[in-house]
Design a protein around this ligand. Structure first.
Ligand SMILES: NC(=O)c1ccc[n+]([C@@H]2O[C@H](COP(=O)([O-])OP(=O)(O)OC[C@H]3O[C@@H](n4cnc5c(N)ncnc54)[C@H](OP(=O)(O)O)[C@@H]3O)[C@@H](O)[C@H]2O)c1
Length: 240
């Protein structure tokens, strides 16, 4: 696997890494030997040693998705710390209920800000450094709600469809420099977000650890085995 010379490890930036899917991916990539740059809202509340069993090669930075400068700041701090970037995972996200019947535009704005503009800004900041990797990877935690319109939460669906477009735009823009982008599209995942939003029992949902295993595999695949979208069901639905 190609590596830059100034670091022994490949480096991954992960947003929303303090809990849920982001944390599971962080644990998985740490086990796979990646150095981690974790973007979380309140770094002062996060204990890397308690969470990972070690703080070695793990650095936590402040990242608030609604702050337009936060992505650039976090990227610069990461490059200063590690000298390179190989994987960017956009996992920070929110779910608000916005239907056509009674959805609030302020809730729609909040989801577009965190679920779309946050990743857009991070990708804009990170792409030049990911291109230098020669095997840069962008993983966007989208959703099956970015693939089909199945319930009346059109606001969340709009934000995830937009993230799908962003993911495909990354592939087009940076393919020739070895950057590969994955839009990961799960259904319900056993995290705080879904536990408050679904009638499914937790044991019927996809586990964040299983998603993390998929991400761990896909980021390691060579540039010639790119997976652009991965749809993950926890319960049966027609997919064709
Ligand atoms: N759970 C599901 O069923 C499911 C299904 C499909 C897709 N997804 C997507 O997967 C991603 C991760 O979701 P999850 O299930 O892990 O949710 P979660 O457990 O609710 O975690 C959400 C994460 O996003 C962070 N976050 C929220 N607002 C933020 C902001 N303004 N700035 C920076 N970070 C912010 C949270 O930080 P704090 O702790 O500071 O709030 C937390 O780390 C989301 O994009 C979600 O839409 C989830």
């Amino acid at each position: 696997m190609a590596q830059l010379q100034n670091s022994a490890k490949l480096v991954a930036m992960i947003s929303g890494a303090n809990r849920g899917i982001g944390l599971a991916i962080a644990r998985q990539l740490s086990r796979q030997g990646y150095a981690l740059s974790l973007g979380i809202r309140r770094p002062e509340d996060f204990d890397a040693v308690r969470t990972f069993g070690t703080a070695e090669a793990i650095t936590v930075f402040a990242y608030e998705a609604t702050d337009p400068q936060a992505g650039q700041r976090w990227l610069e701090a990461t490059v200063q710390q590690f000298g390179q970037l190989d994987v960017l995972v956009n996992s920070a996200g929110i779910l608000r209920k916005v239907s056509l019947a009674d959805g609030l535009e302020s809730d729609l704005d909040a989801m577009m800000e965190v679920n779309v503009k946050g990743p857009f800004r991070l990708i804009q900041a990170a792409l030049p450094v990911l291109r230098q990797s020669g095997r840069g990877r962008v993983v966007n935690i989208a959703s099956l709600s970015g693939k089909r319109v199945r319930n009346d939460n059109v606001g969340y669906q709009m934000s995830k469809f937009a993230l799908m477009a962003l993911s495909h735009a990354v592939r087009a823009a940076a393919w020739d420099d070895g950057v590969r982008a994955l839009a990961l599209c799960p259904g319900f995942v056993k995290t705080d977000m879904a536990l408050g939003a679904s009638a499914l029992p937790p044991e019927g949902m996809t586990s964040p650890e299983d998603l993390a295993r998929l991400v761990g595999l896909i980021v390691e695949l060579p540039n010639t085995a790119s997976i652009s979208e991965l749809l993950v069901n926890c319960s049966y639905e027609v997919m064709l």
